[in-house]
Design a protein around this ligand. Structure first.
Ligand code: 5GP
Length: 189
């Protein structure tokens, strides 16, 4: 049966990863987004159980000690993010394939764990300079925050070689078509 496959997406922030993931989810590939748990506070209109399962640091720690995560990382200082075993099970029980949106370290670990059952996809900006420009134009970050994100992005780019597929998001339309192609190929396997 064509289910239980795992699509792992990772990218520096500002690469357009979420747009590409949402595009794929809207295409009816029986893909379902894995909602991660996080210890960070909700932002804007985010709701518990939609974007994330929002947990207190204590609740998150409890789940770590109960061995409830497939993987978890401290992506930002004091902010934990993790993929719950129960979430992956829920999606598999629905008969769907799983989409993970996780950081580069988590992605590398999950790929090692699931091997051929997983396809890891890195969404890259055309260049670090282009990424900086996007973040500046987005006007959501201070110049200091932008420099932090850019520095982190340079580090994250060094992980690209660990991924099965790298999609350079120079043109969104082309990147989305590439993503559809690799999805079709992997689902057909
Ligand atoms: P944000 O706080 O902007 O929503 O997400 C920050 C980062 O955490 C993103 O790079 C996202 O991919 C990553 N992330 C979200 N969920 C998980 C998870 O379950 N595990 C890991 N390792 N990273 C995650």
């Amino acid at each position: 049966m064509n289910n239980g496959k795992i699509f792992i997406f990772s990218a520096p922030s500002g690469s357009g990863k979420s747009t590409i993931i949402n595009h794929l989810l809207s295409k009816g590939y029986n893909l379902e987004f894995s909602i991660s748990a996080t210890s960070r506070a909700p932002r804007g209109t985010e709701k518990n159980g939609v974007e994330y399962y929002f947990l207190s640091p204590e609740e998150f720690r409890q789940k770590i000690s109960n061995d409830e995560f497939i993987e978890y990382e401290e992506v930002y200082q004091d902010c934990f993010y993790g993929t719950l075993k129960s979430e992956v099970q829920r999606i598999a029980d629905n008969g769907n394939n799983i989409v993970l949106d996780i950081d580069v370290k988590g992605a590398t670990n999950v790929k090692k764990m699931f091997g051929e059952k997983a396809l890891s996809i890195f969404i890259a900006p055309p260049s670090i300079e282009a990424l900086r420009e996007r973040l500046v134009n987005r006007k959501t970050d201070t110049p200091e925050a932008i420099e932090k994100r850019v520095a982190k992005a340079s580090y994250e780019m060094t992980f690209a070689k660990n991924f099965d597929v790298v999609i350079v998001n120079d043109n969104l339309d082309t990147a989305q078509k590439n993503a559809e192609e690799v999805t079709n190929q992997f689902l057909a396997k």
